[in-house]
Design a binder for this molecule. Structure first.
Ligand code: NAD
Length: 470
């Protein structure tokens, strides 16, 4: 086993085990430092300063890791995070207030409340495709709920990971919030420890490893996973609009988005018309040679590049298909005549390749989706509201945007998370605060009166009263 380097700051190295780190944080949590509203707000302020003052460094890191265009880097990694942060700061005092709930007669006299208390020492493990926001967004929830936190950014986005390890300790309270860089050995060492919550974003395979490690300590988990998110296009859809939004949602970050449409199921009556519009939209967005476009990102590494190009070997390519490993480039690619058992339909594509599959009816599209694991997202383009309702009723997914792609995750009031194979638990907005809070039941009883009906000696008369009061 290689020597581990658990790095809390660039200058701080821990040896092999993470137990010292977790022990320090646990002792610190016990001091109560992270509980007051004032600490939580101060850390949210500091996080805002980090995001605003280090914006150019963040852009540079994302450019180096993924060739991210600045507008995509801003909207998905900084802008959305800032708006969640500001909402949380505004609402936090009210979220923290004990919530009064109804007290039944049998528990009277008394007043019942739900208190939100911090879980304790929490671990956030991020993925590489949005390497800043996938750790900072859950961090907002962890701070808001008053927890100590270890962040483990993805090693596959090394520049973003190094940036977080360098700057987070400079902006935030280092005694409460730490950054550990590293890959499988370091994450394995972290997972051996007892945490009060683990928040994981990444593939289902590793999600299962995380859950098994958590089970040893009965640690609750939030698993933000992926899967093949379908996009259904009905014959009633506005095809120009559908093409524009599908191309945007698919080729944003070169398709490396957990909620990108993985494949399109289009009604056979509009299959050719949609394909034509998608092809012309790609040209409109990225020009004749998307490789030269400043608005088109790159594949994260050579391994993923090879995985994706292998999917193209026997495919019927409508447009795209070009690749250049030296530049980690794969053109926006559309496939047709794809069969259900083709390689491209087995795993989440997670890259700029979009199979467009013709279906004879909406019911057959629903059946197609139903034969697969429940997706993280599902999209429907249809002007016919009956079609929208039929798809919603006939399928299950983590979330759905109707007539657009993944805009639902920019609505903080909506929980963002998967179902079944695409994950468990949810976050964003208040849901992030809830994900990192324990809802503690508190019943406040006065000393008097103290009705005797519950106490022995029992009697038939007391039982009659109990039955009436329930
Ligand atoms: P990844 O390779 O960055 O792995 C995710 C994290 O798991 C990393 O921090 C990594 O260090 C850790 N890890 C990897 N192997 C491990 C192991 N054997 N033991 C312990 N830890 C390990 O990312 P990925 O898994 O390639 O992520 C892509 C997947 O994540 C896709 O399925 C995508 O849909 C999903 N995803 C989901 C969301 C969401 O919000 N639901 C967001 C982004 C990505």
């Amino acid at each position: 086993m290689p020597e581990l380097q658990l790095v809390s700051t660039p200058s701080e190295h821990l040896d092999g085990s993470a137990s010292g780190l977790v022990g320090d944080l646990r002792a610190h949590f016990q001091t109560g430092t992270t509980r007051p509203l004032s600490w939580r707000l101060s850390q949210l302020d500091a996080l805002e300063h980090f995001l605003m003052e280090r914006e150019q460094d963040i852009f540079a890191a994302l450019r180096a890791d993924l060739g991210k265009p600045i507008t995509e880097a801003f909207t998905s990694e900084i802008g959305m995070t800032l708006s969640e942060l500001r909402l949380t700061r505004k609402k936090l005092a009210s979220w923290m207030k004990p919530e009064r709930v109804r007290t039944p007669w049998v528990a009277m006299p008394g007043r019942s409340y739900v208190y939100r208390e911090p879980l304790g020492v929490t671990l956030i493990i991020g993925a590489w495709n949005y390497p800043v926001s996938l750790v900072v967004l859950p961090l907002i929830g962890a701070i808001a709920a008053g927890n100590c936190v270890v962040l483990k950014p993805s090693e596959l986005a090394p520049n973003a990971s190094a940036l977080l390890a360098k700057w987070i300790p400079k902006y935030l309270d280092r005694k409460s919030i730490r950054v550990v860089e590293g890959g499988v050995p370091e994450t394995t060492a972290l997972l051996r420890e007892k945490w009060d919550h683990i928040f994981y974003t990444g593939s289902g395979t590793v999600g299962s490893i995380v859950m098994q490690a958590a089970a040893k300590h009965l640690t609750p988990v939030t698993l933000e996973l992926g899967g093949k998110s379908p996009c259904i296009v009905d014959e009633s859809a506005n095809l120009n609009l559908a093409a524009k939004r599908i191309v945007y949602g698919k080729f944003f970050n070169a398709g490396q988005t957990c909620v990108a449409p993985d494949y399109v199921l289009v009604h056979e009556h509009v299959h050719d018309a949609l394909l034509n519009r998608i092809v012309s939209t790609i040209r409109e967005f990225y020009g004749d040679d998307p490789k030269q476009s400043p608005d088109y990102a790159r594949i994260v590494n050579e391994r993923h590049h090879a995985r994706l190009t292998a999917l193209l070997s026997e495919a019927d390519v409508v447009t795209g298909g070009q690749s250049d490993v030296s530049d980690r480039y794969i053109a926006p690619t559309i496939l047709k005549n794809v069969n259900e058992d083709d390689a491209v339909m087995q795993e989440e594509i997670f890259g700029p390749i979009l199979p467009v599959i013709s279906v004879p009816s909406i019911e057959s599209a629903i059946g197609y989706v139903g034969r697969r694991a429940k997706p993280l997202a599902l999209y429907v383009f249809a002007r016919d509201e009956d079609v929208q309702d039929r798809v919603l009723a006939g399928t299950s997914a983590g979330g759905t945007t109707l007539n657009h792609i993944w805009i639902h995750l920019g609505v903080p009031a909506l929980p963002f998370g998967g179902v079944g194979g695409s994950g468990m638990g949810a976050y964003h907005g208040r849901h992030s605060f809830e994900a990192f809070s324990h809802r503690r039941a508190v019943l406040k009883k006065p000393a008097m009166p103290d009705p005797p009906i519950l106490f022995p000696p029992y009697s038939a008369r007391k039982l009659r009263w109990i039955k009436r009061l329930l």
